[in-house]
Design a protein around this ligand. Structure first.
Ligand code: SF4
Length: 372
């Protein structure tokens, strides 16, 4: 287990306190990510000492800005939501929300990661040299392509190093761009779509900054949640540099191929399924009602039945008992990918359902379920 050095985390509460005072707010909800909940009471003390407001902790699990406290807290009289550790998304929660940045002052050496990056650049160069035409493939070759962890998405136009990170380390990226450039790499800090706020930012459900000129990646952060999604989405080699420990590593292709093999197995397993529960996430940034309804229509077109099930949290205890053969998940995309084994029945993504029904082809490679 990684022990985080909490002393080097900077919680920027001053702007929040100013906003509370300026608006004379009396009741504020504080929402913090799971990893920082231990510090929540200290933060509540600090806000209450510096302002006239009372603070109520929104203590339900929170894994992203997709999960903002919404209207129900208004009934409690909450006037402002203070959300920590994530950045604003292209969603409206119905509540005034103040985002509190958290930064971490890590300064890991780049030397240990250089040999990995050199190897990954060579992979990118080989890919760039090979032009793959997906539609010339046989059925077996197409399925191999589906399972291939690299080289299975769009052809490359370059071999640049994409520099990305998790939110508390993004302020380090310009400095690290320079360091990697000095080490001989052409570096891009990719800018993504409306769901992302900052250059180089990635979410577990959005890697929209990717472009064909990027041949491989380095991720500044810890854990494998964002890295797994990045490689599933882009099919590109990924090195990891952890600002908490200074450790350099890479996300192995075998790991991604194992996940893709599991996804393929799940697609096969719903072949005969007649009825599906279609999960709709109630969290403001996970709600994909139109996609869910499209899946219901698609199932009807293929003579199957789909039931729309709306949930705030998704978990095995909450859905396994329904008398359906399988589930399609339109809430957080990572529920199907990361938690599949916890469910008694197949839990698949909308893309996987489309493949199972023959609406999408294997040869285009695995398509990650991105929320734009
Ligand atoms: S990966 Fe899931 S929890 Fe994280 S921001 Fe996306 S929808 Fe929310």
């Amino acid at each position: 287990m990684v022990t985080m050095d909490m002393e080097r985390h900077d919680f920027q509460l001053d702007d929040l306190v100013e906003r509370i005072k300026d608006n004379d707010h009396r009741l504020v909800a504080l929402q913090v990510p799971e990893g920082l909940k231990m510090q929540a009471l200290e933060m509540m003390d600090s806000i209450e000492e510096d302002s006239e407001a009372k603070v109520v902790l929104a203590a339900d699990p929170c894994y992203g800005a997709c999960d903002l406290v919404h209207d129900k807290m208004r009934m409690m009289g909450v006037e402002l939501v203070a959300h920590m550790g994530h950045s604003a998304m292209n969603i409206d929660s119905g509540m005034p929300t103040h985002f509190i940045p958290v930064t971490y002052e890590g300064d890991p050496e780049i030397d240990p990661v250089i040999p990995i990056l050199v190897r990954h650049k060579e992979i990118a160069e080989t890919r760039l040299a090979e032009s793959i035409t997906p539609f010339d493939l046989s059925e077996d070759e197409a399925k191999d392509r589906f399972l291939d962890a690299v080289g299975r998405v769009a052809p490359l136009s370059g071999t640049k190093l994409g520099l990305v990170g998790s939110i508390q380390h993004l302020h380090l990226l310009p400095e690290y761009k320079e360091r990697f450039e000095n080490a001989g790499f052409e570096v891009e800090i990719p800018t993504g779509g409306a769901r992302l706020t900052f250059p180089g930012q990635v979410l577990g459900c959005n890697y929209s900054g990717d472009d064909p000129s990027i041949g491989h990646y380095i991720f500044l952060g810890s854990g494998d949640f964002h890295p797994i999604g990045l490689v599933m989405h882009t099919g590109k080699p990924l090195a990891l540099l952890d600002p908490y420990t200074g450790e350099a590593s890479e996300l192995s292709f075998e790991r991604i191929e194992r996940i893709l093999r599991q996804r393929m197995g799940l697609i096969f397993s719903v072949d005969e399924a007649k009825s599906f529960g279609i999960l709709i996430g109630e969290k403001p940034g996970q709600m994909r009602r139109n996609l869910a309804i499209r899946m219901k229509r698609l199932l009807e077109k293929h003579g199957r039945k789909g039931y729309l099930l709306a949930l705030d949290h998704v978990g095995p205890d909450l859905i396994d008992f329904y008398p359906v053969d399988a589930f399609v998940n339109t809430a957080c995309p990572r529920i199907a990918i990361d938690d599949a084994v916890k469910y008694a029945k197949p839990l698949i993504t909308p893309f996987e359902l489309e493949v199972a029904l023959g609406e999408k082809q294997w040869e285009n490679g695995y398509q990650f379920d991105e929320i734009p």
